[in-house]
Design a protein. Structure first.
Length: 565
């Protein structure tokens, strides 16, 4: 049956099966009582009708929200939808294909995994299984092939569960009807703890492991008649080969650093909250914002908090010269190995199209056809990916400007998350500097912090990261004053928030503007050299003290004296 999981609020962690009708509220008479002072006594109603879950507000004081939007009429819930009542968030999960039950498992017997593998030896069964798994390019694909092979060889239904012993989650179910599979908990526990193939009646569980390593999941087989030695040997082969293939894929994979997003400013919190709301499920997501705002990092964050964090995370740079090879792959030839397409490499995980607006129109049309072909139900082995795109603007804006193919935009249509520029969250600058300093202590003076807060940050977070690296190399564990900041921070950025590409001022500046900038930089350098003492700085520059004061005022420079040590 469908499940309601309370993910926030005083009752977080509780689960309720949605059978018939459930009422949420503070009243003890409610089927889901909530100790939440912002919830009405009878706040909302959820019901299971004709195979659909529906939510209805019951005239509550603070209203009921679905995915952040207040509802006025009953709404049908989709998998992964979040219902907000007061401070409590309820996650709707459809019935899982495989679940663990405390019933069953009586009279179980077990055989060590190695004993069964020795009996199988190099027979035809093991050979066919090895061939089936050899071409798997991702862990999910390897486990799916193992499940399908075991189902065809032994019959019945097969499920693959992975994760920690106490928190196994269904990854693959093969064969039989669409009804759920309940797996006896005692069989799972025995298989994982004893590292043995365990069977009881028509149920059989084999641990997933590589070599002598600890099991990290199980393959479950259910048949109508009692399991025999042959089925136990087949399950042992499937589990061991799948475990070895997954271990090989993990060893060959390039580790992706998972850096948590940093920031508490309200615009950034809104962005993170929306990302977390859309993380469950497999619908496509577009993360858009100015260059340098950390869109790829947020895509990684979305992947880590989604339904497939153990799956591959593949990023394709749509502006790269080799984007066609990355997207569609290439056969082997002329001494070069074959290159699998990006969707095949991302099977069971997330595929990110970074800077999707840079994708050439001809390739965009091919991407649409490729996604349709790989996701088609007629395909023998369907590729399961979550599609995420990063862009400089929302999809409708890019299509209106002619920068994105409309059909590709339709394929990406789902949720859109806007990332705020750094100038709208300057309160996060100190925390970001600390995160980027990589262990080096950066101690910025109050004037330096005020100067950074007033800077428009045209390069966004990426520009701040470069600044943190520079300051960390030059002034680690020293107080960084305003005079120690680079010249462009001393007098702000050029008009319009755009930085010039050349040291002298860049294209589009007049001679007077270039001279002014050079003069401002010279004054800043002299003040830095003089430790903020204006008389000494005037002597260095060869001008009078009143002239220096006037130019400091004209250029809005900050003069900060450096205390003698």
């Amino acid at each position: 049956m469908p499940v309601l999981l309370l993910v926030t609020g005083p009752s977080a962690g509780n689960r309720f099966q949605l059978e018939g009708e459930l009422t949420l509220g503070r009243s003890p008479s409610c089927e889901v009582p909530l100790e939440d002072h912002r919830v009405s006594r009878r706040h909302a109603k959820l019901e299971w009708v004709d195979g659909q879950a529906r939510v209805e507000d019951l005239g509550s004081r603070n209203g009921t929200l679905v995915n952040g939007e207040r509802i006025e009429v009953p709404v049908v819930l989709l998998p992964g939808d979040r219902v907000q009542v007061g401070d409590t968030t309820v996650l709707y999960e459809p019935s899982s294909l495989a679940s663990v039950t405390d019933s069953g498992g009586a009279g179980a017997s077990s055989v060590p995994l190695e004993d069964l593998l020795a009996v199988v030896g190099g027979g035809d069964a093991a050979l066919r299984a090895a061939v089936a798994l050899a071409g798997a390019g991702s862990e999910v694909q390897a486990l799916r092939r193992a499940a399908e092979w075991l189902r065809s060889a032994a019959g019945g239904r097969v499920a693959v569960l992975v994760g920690e012993p106490g928190e196994l989650s269904t990854l693959v179910v093969a064969g039989g009807s669409s009804e759920g599979v309940e797996i006896p908990r005692e069989l799972l526990k025995a298989a994982l703890e004893r590292r043995e193939v365990v069977r009881a009646g028509g149920d059989l569980v084999a641990p997933l492991a590589a070599g002598e390593g600890a099991p990290w999941g199980v393959i479950f087989l259910r048949r109508g008649d009692p399991q025999e030695d042959r089925e136990a040997r087949l399950a042992a082969v499937a589990a061991r080969l799948a475990g070895e293939q997954c271990a090989a894929l993990r060893a060959a994979a390039t580790p992706v650093p998972a850096r948590a997003p940093v920031g508490t400013a309200r615009p950034f919190r809104v962005c993170l909250d929306k990302l977390r709301r859309v993380a469950p499920g497999s619908a496509s997501v577009v993360i858009h914002g100015e260059p340098g705002t950390g869109r790829r990092l947020l895509a990684r964050h979305l992947h880590a908090h989604g339904d497939r964090p153990r799956g591959p995370f593949v990023v394709v740079d749509c502006a790269a010269s080799a984007v066609e090879l990355e997207l569609f792959g290439a056969p082997s030839g002329e001494g070069l190995p074959a290159r699998r397409s990006a969707p095949m490499r991302a099977d069971g995980g997330t595929l990110v199209l970074a800077g999707v607006e840079a994708l050439p129109r001809a390739l965009a049309e091919r991407v649409v056809r490729l996604l349709q072909r790989l996701g088609g139900v007629a395909r023998q082995e369907r590729v399961d990916i979550r599609l995420v795109a990063t862009a400089r603007a929302a999809l409708e804006t890019l299509v209106a400007e002619g920068g994105l193919d409309a059909e590709l935009a339709g394929s990406l249509a789902g949720s859109q998350v806007q990332v705020p520029p750094l100038r709208e969250r300057t309160g996060d600058v100190p925390a970001l500097l600390a995160a980027f300093s990589e262990g080096r202590i950066l101690n910025l003076s109050p004037d330096a912090l005020r100067m950074l807060a007033a800077y428009p940050w045209p390069g966004n977070v990426r520009e701040l990261e470069i600044l943190a690296d520079r300051l960390g190399l030059l002034y680690a564990e020293r107080e960084v004053t305003a005079l120690m900041l680079p010249p462009e921070f001393q007098g702000g950025a050029p008009p319009g928030g755009q930085r010039s590409s050349e040291p002298g001022g860049g294209d589009g500046q007049t001679l007077a503007e270039r001279i002014s900038r050079l003069e401002r930089d010279a004054i800043s350098e002299a003040l830095r050299e003089a430790g903020g003492k204006k008389i000494l700085a005037a002597q260095i520059l060869g001008i009078s003290r009143p002239t220096l004061d006037k130019k400091i005022a004209d250029y809005s420079l900050v003069v900060e004296k450096v205390r003698s040590r």
